[in-house]
Write a protein that binds this ligand. Structure first.
Ligand code: UD1
Ligand code: CA
Length: 459
């Protein structure tokens, strides 16, 4: 078998994104565009994968790690020049080389595989992946002769009126005979509207040297979308989102309104889970079976076990065990672990805390830097005061404790198993097993006092 290589072009500035962030690092469903490309390419068992980086090189290398080799293109002189930067690594390869851009995030491994197969079948020197665009503006056009044979690719800015009317576009993906590609690239010049060395010019050069130029036309234009600006980024996100949602539905997840559900790549969801509209599930999230993720919940890099119900809540870097529930309108901040059958109700915030099984935290409560045991009942409006202005301190609450409404627990403080804190208490000292703590002023009632107040007397 002949060698197979890939060159990913990722050195362009991406001026049209109008961003501080390097273009190919912009995200589509939680994954950078160039990572999408590399992920698909990696499924094809390549001998060598070389990514051409330039502007922002270091950030791309941090993103992709050692899954690819890198070459640097110091000056962005065009796509043809970019491919040439890979020559030192690939020049001895006798095989075929796939060239793909880091800003076309929607191509699937299966399309790329078909492209290689077509190239082999046609015994071609170069095979261009093309598609028919509803609006071809901005893309290179495929110019064919009267017999339908590909002659060349013309860039939008260099195209005449007739060429501009062509709707078959260059997707920017090609398979080349590796050695012939580099030979042709040494012959291209930058005599064109953009003053760039165009990779696309290699096609005409190979054609004139009697090479066989094939074009593999794909059916689905949406897969070939290139992202040069934020409008295209949103359009590509939509396509990717549909793809991800469809996959989950095929796996047995109910998605009430797939057009309004935002699930990142690499999120896992078990069967018979229901996802309501407006939900966002971000990268690193795993959801078990038979959960209900209620409308407008946002879950970031968290693990949700089987049978959990999340109602309109936000969960970040946390874990919810089987059959627990939360919401509406509550927030788990990082490093919270919620035990089995725990109930967290409305307007609660939990941060860096573990909560034991069957504990109930119904309403308007803040739990921070705490370890809570099992079977605890926490009333309404309880505050774990964890911060003294300088340091965070821990609160520990044992099993089967009852904490009345409107209690403040001033950390560090330890509340032992089977104890009781009276409503309205501000607790600064530890409480022992079987004790009741009450820490508030006694009530004083003053008869007739109302009539001394400067108000009109009651009717
Ligand atoms: C390119 C194609 C066009 C095709 C379109 C498909 C050329 C000349 N044109 O146009 O025919 O229809 O893609 O999406 O190839 N890059 C570098 N170094 C450079 C310039 C670009 O690495 O000096 C990289 C960019 O980071 C990008 C890719 O090459 O990932 C394509 O460059 P871009 O400027 O986006 O080309 P298009 O104008 O989209
Ligand atoms: Ca592009």
């Amino acid at each position: 078998m002949s060698e197979k290589n890939t060159i990913i072009l990722a050195a362009g500035k991406g001026t049209r994104m109008k961003s501080k962030l390097y273009k190919v690092l912009h995200r589509i469903c939680g994954k950078s565009m160039v990572d999408h490309v590399l992920t698909q390419v990696s499924q094809l068992q390549m001998d060598k994968v070389v990514t051409v980086v330039g502007y922002g090189a270091e950030s791309v290398e941090n993103e992709l790690g050692d899954r690819t080799e890198y070459v640097v293109q110091d000056q962005q002189l065009g796509t043809g020049d970019a491919v040439l930067r890979a020559e030192p690594i690939l020049k001895n390869s006798k095989g075929t080389t796939l060239v793909i851009s880091g800003d076309t995030p929607l191509f699937t491994a299966s399309t790329l595989k078909n492209l290689f197969a077509y190239h082999d079948e046609k015994k071609a020197t170069a095979t261009i992946l093309t598609s028919v665009a509803p609006n071809p503006t901005g893309y290179g056009r495929i110019v064919r002769n009267d017999l339908g044979i590909v002659e060349k690719i013309v860039e939008e800015k260099d195209a005449n009126v007739e060429e501009k009317a062509i709707s078959e576009i260059n997707t920017g993906v090609y398979v080349f005979d590796n050695q012939k590609m580099f030979e042709a690239l040494h012959e291209i010049n930058n005599d064109n509207a953009q003053g760039e060395y165009y990779l696309t010019d290699a096609i005409e050069i190979l054609k004139q040297a009697d090479g066989i130029i094939a074009a593999y036309k794909m059916d689905d234009f949406s897969e070939s979308m290139g992202v040069n600006n934020r409008v295209a980024q949103a359009a590509a996100t939509k396509v990717m989102q549909n793809r991800i949602n469809r996959q989950h539905m095929e796996n047995g997840v109910t998605i009430i309104n797939p057009d309004d559900t935002y699930i990142d790549c690499d999120v896992e969801i078990g069967t018979d889970t229901i996802i309501e509209p407006g939900v966002q599930l971000q990268a690193g999230t795993k959801i078990g079976n038979e959960c209900v993720i209620g409308a407008h919940s946002k879950i970031i890099a968290s693990v949700i076990h089987d049978g959990v119900t999340v109602t309109s809540s936000t969960i970040e870097h946390s874990e919810m065990m089987e059959n627990s529930n939360i919401g509406p309108n509550s927030h788990l901040r990082p490093e919270s672990v919620i035990g089995e059958h725990v109930h967290i109700g409305n307007f609660c915030e939990v941060k860096k805390a573990t909560i034991g099984a069957h504990t109930k935290i119904g309403h308007l409560t803040y739990v921070g830097n705490a370890k809570l045991g099992e079977g605890i009942n926490i009333g309404c409006g309880v505050i774990f005061a964890n911060y003294d202005g300088k340091n965070k301190h821990e609160t520990v609450v044992g099993d089967d404790v009852f904490i009345g409404s409107n209690v403040n627990l001033i950390a560090p403080v330890q509340i032992s198993d089977h104890s009781f804190i009276a409503a309205g208490s501000t607790i600064t000292d530890d409480v022992s097993r079987y004790e009741m703590a009450i820490a508030r002023n006694r009530q004083t009632n003053k008869p007739g006092y109302f009539n001394k107040l400067p108000f009109d007397s009651a009717d």
